[in-house]
Design a protein around this ligand. Structure first.
Ligand code: NOJ
Length: 611
């Protein structure tokens, strides 16, 4: 009998191991943020509560129940601090206040109270690399007020032909085009600005600056925020010898940022270490004050090997929980094939060190909107299906959930410095305004964004059909697809399972989620046909690839607006016809798998007993 039980245990173990086939990756999540849906709000364009045509804090607070209703767990706000708005809030003149157009500290406290009441988490944008040139620190530094001399990166420049002043120290260029050095007539020196000249770079080689900025973090933690999105992380430290950067070969214009390889101004080891220091601060804050984990999200458009160092170092010193994964933005477009989706997604999964959680970003206020990048509104649902079927954290940029697309503005309406510093003929290549137009709440003349008569950026005319209210009242809509996906990914049986990616022909990309046998054992398959033509696929091939029990039938859990299918419809897995741009999330019944596994077990036990 003892023998029998040993063999039985062995068989069960083999069956369980089988459920975690080697091709599938397993992810376990435990902390609040690890499978959360994050949502980015661009405050200027979300909801205006006082009719001045500019979004504000009270507008956001009013809409927090909306966020909750679509399944969002945490929202991050682009900067809300006092700013001359040279870069729409990323030029901060007081790190501890609120931009008057956006509200007051009391409004902020009301927002914190509301998000707590709703159980949402609030992430603030922390902009450590630079301040505004109107910040008190810069004014004092320019005047060489004692103690402030080295708050910024000052340089005499190099002797040139002009007898009245030196030439800039080197060939470094700013992100919006032009030299990264600006001459100060007051101080008779150049200061470094890796972004706009009204955004002077703080000097992180000065320990007082490091402490000042850590105090800023603590200040906002004390106001009840749950974490930070850290801006322009790679740019914090520069090579102390200020050498010229080598040309990259990617541009003919020496004033464009892509002209150079930024080896002396980006991703220096000191930069990565600073992120670890901030993480330590957040972890210590939790230890001292209690509460849930405070999180860091970091912005670095760097290569994957560098991005991985922002998670942790070789000694496992911890950094950002979420170094933003921009791969879906950087490497996919309307010409991408299913194989490209697989390559891009798998490469990120491989980048994430073990013990860490992947994150997925489809868009933000700096890039063209995902639907437009991928070819149009018809791709909105498909991209959401891909993002929300993947494990880990999702980051949604406001408007993606309703399928907002870019709005091409005229030169006269253009506000973004990245465009204004170019010309009326090529600004569209650089402008970030098309993704920043006001959010669409309803069909009223200002899209429900403001009760005023004008808006800071024009409203995209598609608001008459693409808006929250209309979509909620329509049978099939982007927001309904989004909500269903968010509900699904919140379920443990969907999320705490293994996953893998596959392609079915040139145009169909598949994501498989599979649970362990005898426990939460549904299989989910997401299929997106990214081509403008029908595709007939055999889903059994996906099962075969991952060596899991094949299922004859699957049931529709979520269908894209473009699909003729509805929730609950059954699908024969050996031959499935997908319409152009059709996306489906399919599931097996739990029973099917449990039964099939049980039947195998019973057969083996019977064979053993009656041999
Ligand atoms: C990245 C921000 O996302 C962008 O909007 C800003 O212009 C730069 N950093 C400079 O702060």
């Amino acid at each position: 009998m003892a023998n029998f039980f040993c063999v039985l245990i062995l068989i069960i173990c083999l069956q369980l191991r089988d459920a975690f086939s080697e091709n599938l990756t397993y992810l376990s999540v435990s902390d609040w943020w690890e499978k959360a849906g994050f949502y980015q709000i661009y405050p200027r364009s979300y909801k205006d509560s006082n009719g001045d045509g500019i979004g504000d804090l009270n507008g956001i607070t009013e809409k927090l129940p909306y966020l909750k209703s679509i399944g969002v767990k945490a929202f991050w706000l682009s900067p809300i601090y006092p700013s001359p708005m040279a870069d729409f809030g990323y030029d901060i003149s007081d790190f501890r206040g609120i931009q008057p157009e956006y509200g007051t500290m009391a409004d902020f406290a009301a927002m914190v109270a509301k998000k707590n009441e709703l159980g949402l988490k609030l992430i603030l944008d922390f902009v450590p690399n630079h301040s505004s040139d109107e910040h008190e620190w810069f004014i004092k530094s320019e005047q060489k007020v004692s103690g402030y001399e080295d708050y910024y990166v000052w340089h005499d420049g190099t002797p040139g032909s002009d007898p009245t002043r030196n030439d800039p120290p080197n060939n470094w260029v700013e992100a919006f085009r032009g030299s990264a050095w600006k001459w100060s007539d007051k101080r008779k020196q150049y200061y470094l600005h890796q972004f706009h000249y009204k955004q002077p770079d703080l000097n992180y080689r000065n320990p007082t600056v490091v402490t000042e900025m850590k105090n800023v973090l603590t200040f906002w933690l004390d106001q009840g925020v749950d974490g930070f999105r850290i801006d322009a992380v790679p740019c914090m430290f520069e090579d102390e010898n200020f050498p010229n950067e080598p040309p990259s070969g990617n541009s003919d214009d020496p004033l464009r940022p892509e002209y150079l390889n930024h080896i002396y101004t980006q991703d220096l080891p000191e930069t990565v270490d600073m992120v670890y220091q901030w993480r330590e601060l957040l972890d210590n804050y939790k230890k001292q004050k209690g509460g849930d984990t405070r999180v860091l999200m970091t912005e670095a458009w760097s290569s994957l090997d560098i991005v991985s160092t922002y998670f942790q170092d070789q000694n496992k010193r911890q950094g950002s929980q979420m170094p933003f994964n921009f791969q879906l933005i950087m490497r996919l477009d309307q010409n991408s094939k299913a194989a490209d989706f697989k390559t891009v997604i798998d490469s990120w999964i491989k980048t994430v060190p073990s013990g860490h959680v992947p994150n997925w970003v489809l868009g933000n206020h700096d890039k063209r909107r995902v639907a437009s990048r991928m070819g149009g509104e018809h791709m909105a649902d498909l991209m959401e299906m891909v993002e929300l079927s993947l494990p880990g954290v999702s980051v949604t940029y406001q408007g993606e959930e309703i399928g907002m697309t870019d709005y091409e503005l005229t030169w006269a309406d253009t506000k973004d410095p990245a465009a204004c510093q170019t010309s009326s003929t090529d600004y569209q290549k650089y402008t970030r305004d098309p993704a920043r137009t006001p959010f669409h709440w309803n069909t009223t003349s200002m899209a429900g964004f403001t009760m005023g008569t004008s808006t800071w950026l024009p409203i995209n005319p598609i608001y008459t059909t693409v808006n929250v209210e209309t979509e909620l009242n329509t049978d099939k809509s982007h927001i309904k697809v989004f909500k269903r996906l968010m509900e699904l990914r919140d379920k443990d049986e969907f999320h705490t399972v293994s996953y893998g990616t596959d392609t079915l022909g040139e145009s169909v990309f598949a994501i498989l989620r599979s649970g362990p046998v005898l426990h939460k054992s549904r299989v989910y398959v997401t299929l997106v046909n990214i081509a403008n033509k029908d595709a007939t696929v055999n889903v059994q091939n996906v099962f075969k690839k991952f060596e899991i029990e094949p299922v004859d039938k699957l049931y529709v859990e979520v269908a894209s607006v473009s699909s003729g299918r509805s929730e609950g419809d059954s699908i024969k897995t050996d031959s499935l016809l997908l319409l152009p741009y059709e996306g489906l999330v399919l599931r097996s019944t739990a029973v099917t798998l449990i039964l099939s596994k049980l039947l195998v077990l019973i057969a083996i036990i019977k064979a053993f007993l009656f041999q």
